[in-house]
Ligand binder design. Structure first.
Ligand code: UD1
Length: 362
C-alpha cells in the first residue's frame, strides 16, 4: 500500500507506482491511498493527470486543519483501511503530516513501513517536517535515502545500518521522465517571458509567510528584485491567505499565477535565470537542472544541493536575499554535477529491494 497526501508527495509516488505497474500485479499489487491533505484541484488532481498516477483506490478526505487534527485524522482513518487490506508493507514518501500519520497507523498494526526519502535532517525542530522526518524514520523498517548525509544522520540516531538503503532520488526520476514534455509547453509565451529573462519564486514555509513582518520584509525586497529581473510567482494557498490577511492582499507588481501543474512549473524552472524558494524539493530539482537556486531559509536538510549543486542558502533575512540575488546574477554557478543516484532509476532500485525482502518475509 502506498500513501500520498500533499503536493510534494505526488511526484515521488508517481515513478514508484509506474514501476509497480511494470512488474505486473502477480508480483506486486499496489493499493494507492490519498489522505486528502491537499484537496484543491490545482494542488492535487493536476499532478495525478500530468504524471499519469492511477486514481487512488481510497481517499481518506482529511483536508486542512491544525497539525494535531490533520495528523490525528489520517491516523484514525488509516487504521480501518490497513485492517481491511492487510498490505505486506506500507510505503510512505517525504515528510508531510500524512507521511508520519500513516506510518504510525501501520506500525501499530505490525505492518512494516518503507520510507522513501529517509534521513534528511535540517536540525531545526521548529520545522513541522523535521518532526515528521525524525519520527517516521525511527519506526520505519526500510529507510531509502537520496544522499550520503542521510545515512550519517540515521546511523547517529541509532538506526541499524542494514535497514538503510541508498537508492538515489525518485523525484528526479519524475523530472527526467517529464522534461521533454514540459519543454514543449507554451507557458513562457503565455506569461510573456523570455528564457533566462525571469526569476521564479515560490514561498510557503510557515517561518516565512505566517509572521506578518517577515512576509512584509520579503515582499518589499522581492519588489525591488522584480525591478531588476521580472519575478514570476505561483502562489501557494497558505501564502495567498497570509497575504490577504496580513498585507491587505497587496502583492505589488510581481507576476502572480495560481499554483501551476507539474509540467508547467518544470518548464518555468528549466528556463529561469534563477529560482528563489523556501521549498525542499525545488532545491533538488534546480540542482538536477543546473539552474541557480537561492533558498530563503536558515537551514537545508538537503546539503548535497549546496555542496555539489546550484543551491545557495540565503537565510531568512530579506536584506541578505537582495545581496545574494545580485551576486548570483553577477557570478552564476559554473560547475555542478548531478548527485549520485539522481539518474532516473531510483524507483526501480527501491522496488527491487522491497520485492526481494518481501519474498523473504512471506
Ligand atoms: C504541506 C507540507 C509541507 C509541503 C507543502 C507543499 C506538512 C507539515 N507540510 O504544507 O511540507 O512543503 O505541503 O505544499 O505536511 N490549502 C488549500 N488547498 C489545499 C491544501 C491546502 O487551500 O488543497 C490551504 C489551507 O488553507 C491549509 C493551508 O493551505 O490550511 C496549508 O495546507 P497544509 O496541508 O496544512 O500545509 P502546507 O502549508 O501546504
Amino acid at each position: 500500500m502506498a500513501v500520498a497526501g500533499a503536493r510534494p508527495n505526488f511526484m515521488k509516488v508517481a515513478p514508484l507506482m509506474a514501476d509497480f505497474r511494470r512488474r505486473g500485479r502477480e508480483r506486486i499489487a499496489p493499493i494507492l491511498v490519498h489522505t486528502g491533505q491537499h484537496y484543491a484541484p490545482e494542488m492535487s488532481d493536476a499532478f495525478f493527470r500530468d504524471l499519469g498516477i492511477p486514481e487512488p483506490e481510497i481517499n481518506l478526505g482529511v483536508g486542512s486543519g491544525s497539525h494535531a487534527s490533520q495528523t490525528a485524522q489520517v491516523l484514525e482513518r488509516m487504521e480501518p483501511v490497513l485492517k481491511e487490506h492487510r498490505p505486506d508493507a506500507l510505503m510512505v514518501v517525504g515528510d508531510v503530516n500524512s507521511t508520519l500519520a500513516a506510518t504510525l497507523a501501520a506500525v501499530k498494526l505490525g505492518i512494516p513501513v518503507a520510507h522513501v526519502e529517509a534521513g534528511l535532517r535540517s536540525f531545526d525542530r521548529e520545522m513541522p517536517e523535521e518532526i515528521n522526518r525524525v519520527l517516521t524514520d525511527a519506526v520505519s523498517h526500510w529507510l531509502f535515502t537520496t544522499e550520503e548525509s542521510a545515512r550519517e544522520n540515521l546511523l547517529r540516531e541509532g538506526i541499524a545500518a542494514g535497514r538503510i538503503h541508498f537508492v538515489g532520488n525518485v523525484m528526479i526520476d519524475t523530472l527526467l521522465a517529464n522534461l521533454d514534455r514540459a519543454r514543449k509547453l507554451d507557458t513562457l509565451e503565455r506569461l510573456a517571458i523570455e528564457p533566462r529573462g525571469y526569476a521564479l519564486l515560490t514561498l510557503h514555509r510557515p517561518s516565512n509567510v505566517d509572521d506578518p513582518s517577515q512576509l512584509r520584509g520579503l515582499m518589499n525586497v522581492l519588489e525591488e528584485i522584480h525591478g531588476e529581473l521580472p519575478i514570476v510567482f505561483p502562489i501557494h494557498p497558505r501564502t495567498k491567505a497570509a497575504i490577504e490577511a496580513n498585507l491587505d492582499g497587496t502583492i505589488g507588481s510581481l507576476r502572480t499565477t495560481e499554483p501551476l501543474g507539474y509540467l508547467e512549473f518544470l518548464q518555468l524552472m528549466a528556463n529561469a535565470r534563477v529560482v528563489l524558494t523556501d521549498s525542499g524539493g525545488i532545491q533538488e530539482e534546480t540542482t538536477a537542472l543546473g539552474i541557480d537556486c537561492l533558498t530563503l531559509r536558515d537551514t537545508t536538510e538537503r546539503p548535497i544541493t549546496v555542496s555539489k549543486g546550484t543551491n545557495r542558502l540565503v537565510g531568512s533575512d530579506p536584506a541578505a536575499l537582495l545581496i545574494a540575488f545580485r551576486e548570483v546574477i553577477k557570478s552564476p554557478s559554473q560547475d555542478h554535477e548531478a548527485p549520485p543516484g539522481w539518474d532516473g532509476h531510483a524507483a526501480a532500485r527501491v522496488v527491487d529491494i522491497l520485492e526481494r525482502d518481501l519474498k523473504g518475509l512471506s
